[in-house]
Design a protein around this ligand. Structure first.
Ligand SMILES: [Zn+2]
Length: 209
């Protein structure tokens, strides 16, 4: 599905969430000249091989400021409550959800601990740039760190939507576990065979529950 994401058709038996995501993709495709996006500077980051297509897509929408957070919805529905569905403390915006919200920042912190990542930043774009510029990290580690960030963004948006539609808030540990599990499966599928032992050990440490 990696290569054919833009032509992907939704199967009848998939979840409502996946159907909505594919519908957003179709609407986006209809309005956009995709060839222009291939040359954008962050496209390489978004299309990193290790990250999962649905994760990359949501990360892409975040970078384009295209997710309909409550601050956006408020412009069309002035009576709508704008507070964050995850923490209730701030206005829900893309910047807040990714990753300044208390809920998001706790998830991020737990994932950073697993990755042995000392950066204190809660700014998604700065974190992506940090990985990009880090000189001492191997390509394997960088790819996994990008993939983890993309997975976190995807799952935070999913958690947020579960509160929005079902009024159910997942515990942060469940959200972190979902990210770790999906990355584990992905790594087992696409991890380069020549990856160094030190990177393999690091991956094992990340995957430990
Ligand atoms: Zn919040």
């Amino acid at each position: 599905m990696d290569k054919n994401w833009w032509d992907y058709q939704v199967p009848l038996d998939c979840s409502w969430y996946w159907k909505r995501l594919v519908a957003v993709k179709d609407a986006f495709k209809a309005k956009t000249d995709l060839s222009k996006f291939a040359v954008m500077s962050w496209s390489k980051i978004v299309w990193e091989r290790l990250s999962i297509p649905k994760h990359r897509f949501v990360l892409w929408l975040v970078m384009l400021q295209r997710l309909r957070t409550r601050d956006q919805l408020h412009k069309f529905q002035p009576l709508m409550d704008q507070s964050c569905l995850l923490c209730g403390g701030d206005i829900e915006s893309i910047g807040h959800l990714f990753l300044h919200c208390h809920y998001s920042s706790v998830c991020l912190q737990k994932l950073k601990q697993r990755l042995g990542w000392n950066s204190a930043s809660l700014n998604l774009m700065l974190l992506i740039r940090w990985i990009h510029k880090a000189k001492r990290l191997s390509v394997v580690r960088k790819s996994i760190m990008y993939a983890v960030l993309a997975a976190l963004v995807y799952h935070l948006w999913r958690v947020r939507n579960d509160v929005f539609w079902s009024n159910k808030l997942w515990h942060v540990d469940n959200t972190v576990q979902r990210v770790v599990r999906e990355i584990q499966v992905r790594i087992s599928l696409v991890m380069p065979k020549k990856a160094k032992a030190i990177d393999r050990e690091w991956v094992t440490k990340f995957s430990k529950s």
